[in-house]
Design a protein around this ligand. Structure first.
Ligand code: CA
Length: 667
């Protein structure tokens, strides 16, 4: 198992105080449960009334509670449900269409009534997600929703992904956005910071990214939705209801339809701006153990266990789910299908994906791509701890060749370029640490087999694990660990921010010119920081919110990012789709100097208008000279400046590459 970033290894102290002890059911019994994959699971409303169906094969009895309120008061009715043992389900129906009402299920097992639960398939809930709501989804669609379309990037490598948290992006007092921290913040086109720069969705359009990746936006546990004035913050890696949007991102969490309508409005606004929406999904663990909705509906079934019956913990969050069990696998597949269809979500990022098995991920890819062939899907190809799931079955990055149509994050390029993710003072290639040159080359070819790349010299993986560039996400930072600015401040104490900004530009130029799909953390384009804090999962807005006045202060940095993105979008040579093309068209210079890598992309690669592109990265704190074939070249990037239309021309021959910068030439 790779020892890599513990993305979500957050230990939540908020386990329910009323945690009850569940009976331990042997795995062999759980494995033998009948399964049920009907589209009427839990709730269906039709002309004949309202129908409830709970999957709970181990239950001795199940009852349904009906409420008029989503949060307060006692049930107005309680109904015993009838078993259908062959399918492991329990059913009951009411003759009326119970629009506006709420419900919970309650399961009896080993002589004990468990706590009430909204079930695992609630699609609407009351405040804080304790009761499921019965609402008419046909009334939750914004005007024009029927014409709303997924964003089309013909190949995943054509996507440019921007990872953001709702609060980070809009919460700062200077964001110029009214609905701070809300889904509908992204409806406010033309918002402006006091410095005069565009923010919000207008900023995204100006930058040119193709997709935003939103941190968990399903209903999570930590933020108390009844106390939003407290401006609580959490990343959201503490899942509660997987198929409902998070209430705190809506303007009224007590109205079950509000969060649904507003999230759809956000997706529609982004689609209208030509920007797709990737959702961060966290099916690998739940916020609670015995008190999770999984445990309260079918105790034991949805989780993996150690031989002594305790919860195994590959997530670092006290439990891990069991995707190899049919009902859990179906749950994951049906849940992503639901988000793609009901909310028009363009793609998914799987947290700690290696907790899931390869077969489940293949089914996810197939199901989502049947709905949207242009879906952008990727995940973390690692776990945060050991798992009972055999290594060969895990959706690890080393197993990505077994997964069709889902990419993995390259920790190879990440750590090689900026330095080790958790050792704050460790530097990388871009900040002058020698010995990472071969791993940078591994990043450039997207971990595919290339005749000039020696994988035995790689810092992380020692073999070409990727079957094609489509299987790799390139990045140097994300919400986890130090953001790029903080990493450079901690690892380059002798430098000033102006030098660190050069290093950041070099680092991102490596990411955005490499084969594979580029991914960036929100605010890096304005050199945002997070006050040097590694894990900001519950830090306040004062740490996490992007200060938009930085955009004016660091406008040159923003312009560099914008031009870098424009360069990539204009030139398919950076976006090849097969290992064969990369091996044929990319030729590395034979250089033995530390922190210096140079290569050419030849043959009008991937239909590019440029016959040849020369790319040189100098991570040294002083100039270097490289040999460029003689002849006229267009100068695209030089000395920390970049322009896809060209900065001028040069004649080749001996060419200087200034410190901490990229040289890009084209002809
Ligand atoms: Ca919530």
């Amino acid at each position: 198992m790779t020892a890599t970033t513990v993305a979500s290894a957050l230990v939540f102290a908020s386990q329910a105080s009323s945690a009850q002890s569940l009976p331990r059911i042997p795995d062999s019994t759980l494995d033998a449960y009948p399964t049920y994959n009907g589209d009427d699971l839990e709730l269906k409303v039709d002309d004949k009334g309202t129908h409830f169906t709970l999957w709970s094969p181990g239950a001795e009895a199940v009852r349904l509670h009906l409420y008029t309120d989503g949060h307060n008061g006692k049930p107005y009715a309680t109904v015993d449900m009838t078993p259908d043992k062959a399918h492991g389900i329990w059913r009951t129906s009411q003759k009326e269409q119970l629009w506006g009402k709420f419900y919970t299920f309650q399961v009896k097992i080993a002589g004990h009534w468990l706590d009430e639960t909204p079930g695992v398939w609630a699609k609407a809930v009351g405040v804080n997600g304790q009761r499921a709501a019965i609402i008419d989804f046909s009334k939750t669609n914004p005007e024009g929703w029927e014409n709303d379309k997924y964003v089309v990037t013909p190949h995943q490598t054509d996507a440019i992904v921007y990872e953001m948290h709702h609060r980070d992006f809009s919460a700062h007092r200077n964001s110029g956005i009214v609905n701070k921290g809300k889904f509908i913040a992204l409806l406010e086109d033309g918002s402006v910071a006091p410095c005069g720069e565009l923010t919000g969705i207008a900023h995204l359009k100006e930058l040119g990214v193709t997709h935003i990746h939103i941190l968990p936006s399903y209903d999570y546990n930590t933020v108390d939705e009844t106390q939003l004035a407290d401006r609580q913050y959490n990343w959201g890696y503490d899942p509660l209801n997987y198929n409902v949007p998070e209430g705190s991102y809506s303007t009224n969490p007590a109205d079950p339809a509000c969060r649904i309508i507003e999230m759809k409005e956000m997706v529609q606004a982004l689609h209208n701006a030509g920007i797709g929406v990737v959702m961060d999904v966290v099916y690998n663990h739940t916020s609670f153990n015995d008190n999770s909705n999984f445990s309260l509906t079918a105790p034991g079934y949805y989780y993996r266990h150690r031989p002594d019956g305790s919860y195994s913990d590959a997530s670092g969050c006290n439990n891990e789910t069991a995707s190899e069990r049919q009902q859990m696998r179906d749950f994951i597949v049906n849940s992503v299908k639901y988000w793609a269809e009901e909310y028009h979500i363009d793609g998914f990022r799987f947290d700690l994906m290696a907790i899931h098995d390869v077969e489940t991920m293949n089914q996810v890819s197939k199901a989502v791509r049947a709905i949207n062939p242009y879906a952008v899907i990727y995940g973390e190809g690692w776990t945060a701890g050991d798992s009972p799931l055999p290594v060969e079955l895990r959706a690890l990055k080393e197993n990505v060749s077994k997964i069709d149509g889902i990419a993995v994050f390259s920790d190879d390029i990440r750590d090689a370029v900026k330095g080790h993710y958790s050792r704050a003072d460790d530097r990388g290639f871009a900040s002058g640490k020698p010995g990472q040159e071969e791993t940078v080359k591994i990043g450039i070819v997207a971990s595919t087999a290339h005749p000039q790349v020696d994988y035995s010299l790689g810092s992380n993986s020692k073999f070409a694990y990727s079957p094609s560039p489509l299987s790799i996400m390139n990045y140097v930072s994300c919400h986890d660990d130090l953001c790029l600015t903080d990493k450079l401040r901690k690892s380059m104490p002798e430098a000033n921010d102006s030098v660190r900004m050069r290093v950041a530009r070099l680092a991102q130029t490596i990411v955005f010119t490499s084969q594979g799909t580029p991914f960036m953390f929100a605010g890096e384009e304005v050199f945002r920081d997070k006050k040097g804090i590694h894990n900001t999962y519950c830090s306040p807005d004062s740490v996490n919110a992007i200060d938009w006045d930085l955009k004016a202060a660091n406008r040159q940095q923003f312009d560099y990012y914008r031009n870098l993105i424009a360069l990539r979008k204009a030139h398919p040579a950076f976006r090849m789709t097969t290992t064969e093309e990369v091996a044929r068209n990319i030729v590395f210079d034979k250089i033995k100097e530390p922190c210096l890598v140079a290569y050419s992309i030849k043959n009008n690669a991937n239909g590019d208008q440029w016959k040849e592109i020369k790319v040189v990265f100098n991570g040294n704190n002083s100039d270097r000279t490289v040999n460029v074939p003689k002849g006229e070249w267009k100068l695209i990037a030089f000395d920390g400046k970049i322009d896809p239309e060209g900065l001028g021309t040069i004649k080749g021959g001996k060419t200087i590459v200034p410190s901490y910068s990229a040289l890009i030439l084209a002809r």
